[in-house]
Design a protein around this ligand. Structure first.
Ligand SMILES: [Zn+2]
Ligand SMILES: [Zn+2]
Ligand SMILES: [Zn+2]
Ligand SMILES: [Zn+2]
Length: 314
């Protein structure tokens, strides 16, 4: 298919789409699934509108007795709080119905789904606040039809922390245009790309861990706060597991900048670029190894976000 036709761009990975529907479904199912599935949300005995009579929620039997419901292990949820009742995915609820309630034939569970919370975000093309996922979908689609690409996107998604915590396989949106030009572009639908990214992430993480451990020798300097020696991992396990690359490099570079400034050195653009090459390619000197820090607008944004602005060799 002609790449030019694929105008709808995933804002979390490098995948592109010809149709708005496919694009929107991809973003939602692969990157930000806000659905929740609840086991028997209306109780074990439900009145079916069709018959006006009481049925068992698990097997649709008429007028279920307490003994009948107990055959489905209905009290499992009351007995112990450790039995989860809310699931992020439909297949997890189905598995629960099989294992906990012993069902072979599944009841109708289409209305056991809830959309948990409204997703507020920002548009990276015009900075407008978008108050729901539907609004976001239509708004961004209009920009894509105007010819906008991820190269025009500025800043992050602007999700609330609770929403951001549910992101999976997400690359920072302002890095995607650059990322799409790399040898192995980040794609949530390409297993090879996922492997590559996972390796890269844990590599960066262990390098940073090793370096911050080396530096945590006892600090005899009394008054000075020893800010550089905290052995905080660069990426949390959650970020590694879900490949949320958001700001892993940013965090590394801001730590690098802090170390330099404590040593009395004001880092230049070139130093940031060298350090990015070193951490991503284990070789800071080979300028063929391009990183996002070679992109002037990325570097500018980084410096603004981290407060290392005002430092420029230009
Ligand atoms: Zn994607
Ligand atoms: Zn249940
Ligand atoms: Zn039943
Ligand atoms: Zn906009």
């Amino acid at each position: 298919m002609n790449a030019a036709e694929r105008i709808f761009k995933c804002t979390f990975c490098c995948d592109t789409f010809k149709h708005k529907y496919d694009w929107s479904r991809h973003e939602k199912s692969l990157h930000l699934n806000m659905e929740e599935w609840i086991c028997a949300p209306h109780g074990a005995s439900v009145v079916l509108p069709l018959t006006g009579r009481v049925h068992c929620a698990y097997c649709s039997a008429l007028d279920p007795t307490p003994e009948h419901l107990q055959q489905h292990n209905h009290l499992a949820h009351n007995v112990t709080d450790s039995t989860p009742r809310v699931f992020r995915r439909k297949d997890h609820l189905v598995q629960h119905l099989r294992l906990v309630h012993g069902l072979d034939t599944l009841p109708l569970i289409d209305d056991w789904k809830i959309e948990s919370m409204p997703v507020v975000s920002r548009c990276g093309f015009c900075n407008m606040t978008l108050n729901s996922w539907d609004e976001r979908k239509d708004h961004l689609a209009a920009h894509f039809r105007e010819g906008k690409t991820m190269a025009n996107w500025r800043g992050d998604h602007g999700f609330d922390p609770a929403v951001a915590a549910r992101l999976t396989h997400a690359f920072p949106p302002y890095l995607l245009a650059h990322q799409a030009t790399t040898l192995v572009p980040f794609s949530a639908t390409d297993p090879a790309s996922m492997d590559h990214t996972k390796q890269l992430l844990s590599q960066i993480n262990s390098m940073t861990m090793a370096e911050s451990t080396n530096q945590s020798e006892p600090n005899t300097d009394q008054g000075q706060e020893n800010v550089i020696s905290e052995a905080v991992p660069l990426a949390t396990q959650h970020e590694l597991d879900t490949f949320v690359l958001a700001n892993v490099l940013t965090r590394h570079l801001s730590r690098f900048a802090r170390q330099q400034m404590l040593a009395g050195i004001i880092p230049t653009d070139e130093m940031f670029q060298r350090e990015s090459r070193r951490i991503l390619y284990q070789n800071g000197d080979d300028e063929w190894n391009q990183t996002v820090a070679d992109d002037p607008s990325w570097l500018q944004e980084f410096k603004e976000q981290t407060g290392f602005g005002g430092v420029s060799n230009s």
